[in-house]
Design a protein around this ligand. Structure first.
Ligand code: CO
Length: 200
């Protein structure tokens, strides 16, 4: 295409009078429209990149389903907390084949930890309210988790907007009598910021 146009231009340049009124409008238009379709390394690459772009939103939706299940890969998951006092998942399923499991919490908001702090605490469902209440008394300096609370199976530190934290724990600890729950122990948050965690 470029070659043709160059030749055409050259031809016109050499014969200005002949090309001047006729060839410019129709001629470039025709090669221009056929050339991309046939030449096409760039054109075929474009549809190929369009396809991943269309599947990407689908996988993004799968990894961050508001109120859905956490995506687990290699005995680990990443969940999010935001400035609207929400986790992005309502359940975490830990594969029974995992001996250790890692939860990473990403605070996608902007608010400081003192105003909109989030952590992940894992307890039995029946212990959750009492652990959260005791955590309130422990203060933010203790991540709102009472020191030495043996009802707490695992917990991350308390983080603010833009921060990330994680915790790993022995999966056998949630293989007993459940059900088990994960929640944020920041005062008042556990009413909304909670979900189930189970081994399957
Ligand atoms: Co929180």
């Amino acid at each position: 295409m470029n070659v043709k146009i160059t030749l055409l231009t050259a031809a016109c340049a050499l014969a200005l009078a002949a090309c001047g009124d006729k060839s410019p409008p129709p001629a470039p238009a025709a090669p221009a429209s056929t050339a991309p379709a046939t030449t096409a390394p760039a054109e075929t690459a474009a549809p190929a990149s369009t396809t991943p772009a269309e599947t990407a939103p689908a996988s993004t939706t799968a990894s961050a389903p508001a109120g859905g299940a956490a995506v687990v890969t290699d005995c680990a998951t990443e969940i999010e907390g935001n400035d609207a006092m929400q986790f992005n998942v309502k359940s975490i399923t830990v594969p029974a084949s995992c001996s250790e499991f890692k939860i990473t919490l990403k605070h996608t908001g902007k608010m400081p930890v003192a105003a909109m702090g989030h952590n992940v605490v894992i307890t039995k469902l029946e212990d959750m309210k009492k652990v959260a209440a005791d955590g309130m008394g422990a203060g933010i300096e203790n991540d709102y988790v009472k020191a030495g609370d043996d009802r707490v199976i695992a917990h991350t530190k308390m983080i603010g907007g833009g921060e990330t934290t994680s915790v790993s724990f022995d999966v056998s600890k949630i293989k007993g009598d459940g059900p088990y729950e994960f929640f944020c122990s920041f005062p008042g948050h556990s009413a909304i910021m909670k979900g189930t965690i189970a081994v399957e």
